[in-house]
Design a protein around this ligand. Structure first.
Ligand SMILES: [Zn+2]
Length: 271
């Protein structure tokens, strides 16, 4: 599932192809991908507009339009946005195409069809649903401590909860906890201030490194040019199936379930 580093990579790599371009058409192969407004209204309001800005908030992509409206895209489990020349073949799992005036198209590829597009007058409601951005200057160890204070839920579950911190999902929660040497089942509110500091550093380091490696292609994630990211080659615990050993102590990595999410950790290093 695309998390902050994957969505940030898509933003960075889509940006030079689309900003300033005009939408000349929309093709839908699966209408359910448009959640708001009606399909007819979505297309008529989008076509003719210029894309003025592309931002990321959490795992959401926000395309600002010349009218002041915002096209929101969420890739959910299996979505990717591919940039293609107008003559390109349409792949099997492409659910929508946004045609641009530079003979370029954005192909929304989404095998499992959980991804979505919404066209709204104001995207401010997204801020109300999300916790702080973990790579912004305002996200200090003190802010993380406030996010976790008095929380009895397992730290793993708090890290992937978008209302606590925006953008972290299952993979990077496991990686950050390993880097901070914290057991995924510890209650968030029980971490010492030294542990919160370590976790803060680990979160930023894991996310920045993954952005540098253009995201993790463990399953269906592609960069806009169709190539794969390499961040998963750096993973220490996430997706380490079948008793692979810890790179630090050699113990077998364990898999447990935390609130229905498969969770990988080293039982010796993470306390
Ligand atoms: Zn270990």
């Amino acid at each position: 599932m695309p998390e902050l580093p994957e969505v940030e990579t898509i933003r960075n790599e889509l940006l030079p192809h689309i900003v300033g371009r005009q939408v000349t058409g929309v093709t839908l192969f699966w209408e359910g991908i448009v959640r708001q407004p009606s399909v007819k209204e979505f297309c008529s309001r989008l076509i003719g507009q210029r894309l003025t800005r592309l931002a990321r908030r959490g795992k959401y992509l926000l395309f600002s339009l010349s009218s002041g409206e915002v096209l929101i895209i969420h890739l959910k489990m299996t979505g990717s946005l591919l940039i293609k020349p107008a003559s390109a073949e349409v792949g099997k799992f492409v659910r929508a195409i946004i045609h641009l005036d530079n003979n370029t198209e954005i192909h929304f590829r989404d095998p499992r069809k959980f991804g979505l597009m919404r066209l709204v007058a104001d995207a401010g409601f997204i801020d109300d649903k999300l916790g702080p951005e973990p790579l912004e200057a305002g996200f200090t160890p003190q802010v993380l401590a406030q996010c976790l204070a008095n929380r009895t839920a397992p730290i793993k579950a708090l890290l992937y909860d978008q209302t606590v911190i925006a953008g972290i999902g299952n993979m990077y929660a496991d990686e950050a906890l390993f880097a901070a040497r914290i057991h995924p089942l510890r209650a968030g509110g029980d971490l010492s201030s030294a542990e919160v500091k370590k976790l803060h550093r680990a979160i930023q380091q894991v996310l920045r490194s993954a952005i540098g490696n253009k995201g993790a292609s463990t399953d269906t994630y592609f960069r806009p040019d169709g190539t794969r990211g390499t961040a998963h080659f750096q993973f220490q615990v996430a997706h380490r199936l079948g008793g692979e050993s810890c790179s630090v102590c050699g113990s077998p990595i364990e898999r447990i379930t935390v609130r229905n999410r498969g969770t990988y950790f080293c039982p010796k290093c993470q306390l």
